[in-house]
Design a protein around this ligand. Structure first.
Ligand code: ZN
Ligand code: ZN
Length: 497
């Protein structure tokens, strides 16, 4: 009789291979698929996704997990695999299939209703769907189980080990530092000049710039590729194949560049996950937040640093002759403008976290029944004014702007903020470990940082939970002080306050 561990691994490899095919179909769907192919493609993806889901909740897999959990002869890696795969398995099995099926149908209707409601800026049309999504989320939380707050059961999908209580502790000092700091920047600060980067910037030139930056930070083009799409994403098709996408705006030379570096940061993480973890359930990021910490670090802490622009200015002015008069300092300042704005996805690194805090406070209130969906638009607008001093003119630019709630994804938003905070905490640790990091960047040399990230984070995949991983690397639990220090130092200087 074949050993259970062997059969367990074979089962995961089967899931891995199907998931890899699925990923390739998804990538193609969002990059090169001709318009008329979409309907049939959706069916093929649906079929494959169902096969993967069935394998991931199969009774066989349940039996393997149960037996392997009692064995003490497993390697640490196999033990981690059983722990992580077992956790996912139990969450999948916790929801009764008929409830999940009803949810899937309601979700699909809700997403369609949201799209229309957003286009018409009509919150009332979306309200019943949102109420339904929250009701499902609450039911799911009960099935998943939790200690003190049903919200904790939901965030577990994205940040294992994180809770609403911990988030509140992390958020309070961050909010107290950021809100007055942003006000000061607006009132007393000198806004950087951006007038010299107006004009028209051809897409092929922008692409050239992105390729330069991605090569410099160490993205392996023999194990991936860059394409354009509408909403940029990174996708691991399989080992040796981690693809990134970006999009270019013709009137902005750097929006596409930073989108490329952001996705490049995600891709460096996945390219750094070792082959031994392939198809074991461990071949992914430790959490959404840790994943986002990698993209944010490369995008903002590296890509928007002064040192980076010392290296990148001659490349940029070589590609765009209309920028030939720009100095490194001009470009550095121009890509670091702070502007309180209505829309999260357009927010700069200073104001971004306030958009997330607002969403966390509201969704946590919704899940706990302290907030009624009916009051949401007004509460949203009040919080925007309190945090950022801006008020949406309509709900399309307010409470209706994000897709997440329409798909029942409550508990997702904090990962974005945690990504920024983790990035700052990890970056501070990298600076302690590696002297002269900024001098490296100024020479276009990023390999010491990448090697450090590979050793400390990438090589472990999902072996450690996010908070444990952060503590191993930095010696501390998640703490917003590193982000606060980073932001206040950087922007006090840029804004001359
Ligand atoms: Zn292409
Ligand atoms: Zn990202």
């Amino acid at each position: 009789m074949t050993d259970t561990l062997t059969r367990y691994k074979e089962h995961l490899r089967e899931i891995g291979k199907l998931s890899s095919s699925l990923a390739l179909l998804h990538w193609d769907q969002r990059t090169h698929l001709p318009e008329k192919g979409h309907a049939a493609r959706a069916e093929v993806i649906g079929k494959l996704a169902k096969m993967v889901f069935e394998l991931s909740i199969s009774d066989d897999l349940g039996r393997y997990i149960e037996e392997l959990e009692t064995r003490d002869d497993l390697s640490p890696q196999d033990k981690a695999s059983v722990r992580v795969v077992g956790r996912d398995y139990r969450r999948h099995k916790a929801i009764p299939p008929d409830l999940f099926e009803k949810f899937a149908i309601a979700r699909s209707k809700s997403e369609t209703a949201w799209e229309k409601a957003k286009a018409a800026s009509d919150f009332a049309a979306f309200r019943p769907h949102l109420e339904e999504m929250i009701d499902y989320s609450r039911q799911f939380a009960e099935y998943y189980g939790y200690k003190e707050n049903p919200y904790d059961a939901l965030i577990e999908d994205y940040e294992p080990g994180m809770t609403a209580a911990k988030l509140k502790e992390i958020i309070a000092p961050l909010r107290d530092a950021l809100v007055p700091f942003i006000k000061r920047l607006g009132e007393d600060g000198t806004k950087p000049r951006t007038d010299f980067i107006r004009g028209s910037f051809p897409e092929d030139k922008q692409q050239e710039l992105s390729l330069h930056a991605l090569s410099a930070i160490g993205y392996d083009f023999h194990a991936g590729r860059l394409d354009t799409t509408v909403h940029p994403f990174t996708i691991g098709v399989g080992p040796g194949d981690v693809r990134i996408t970006t999009r270019f705006l013709s009137d902005d030379p750097f929006s596409g560049l930073y989108s490329s570096i952001h996705e490049g940061g995600h891709a460096l993480y996945e390219q750094g996950i070792p082959d031994e973890l392939r198809w074991t359930g461990l071949d992914d990021g430790a959490s959404m937040g840790i994943h986002e910490s990698q993209s944010r670090m490369w995008e903002n802490m590296v890509g928007r640093s002064r040192a980076f622009w010392e290296f990148f200015t001659p490349i940029t002015t070589g590609v765009f002759s209309q920028l030939s008069a720009a100095a490194a300092d001009d470009l550095y300042r121009a890509v670091n403008v702070v502007e309180p704005s209505l829309v999260r996805v357009e927010a700069d690194e200073v104001t971004y976290n306030l958009h997330i805090m607002l969403r966390f406070e509201l969704e946590e209130g919704l899940i706990n029944g302290r907030i009624a969906v009916n009051d949401l638009p007004q509460l949203w607008n009040e919080a925007m004014d309190r945090y950022l001093g801006v008020t949406p003119a309509d709900d399309a630019h307010g409470v209706l702007q994000d897709v997440h709630w329409s798909g029942g994804m409550l508990g997702y938003f904090p990962s974005y903020m945690l990504g920024n905070l983790y990035a700052a905490q990890l970056f501070a640790a990298a600076h302690r470990d590696i002297p002269g990091l900024e001098e490296d960047f100024a020479r276009g040399e990023f390999s010491r940082l990448l090697t450090w990230l590979r050793e400390k984070i990438h090589q472990f995949g999902r072996i450690y939970d996010p908070i444990d991983l952060l503590e191993r690397v930095t010696g501390e639990k998640p703490d917003s002080k590193y982000f606060i220090d980073y932001i206040t130092q950087k922007y006090s200087e840029i804004y001359k306050i």
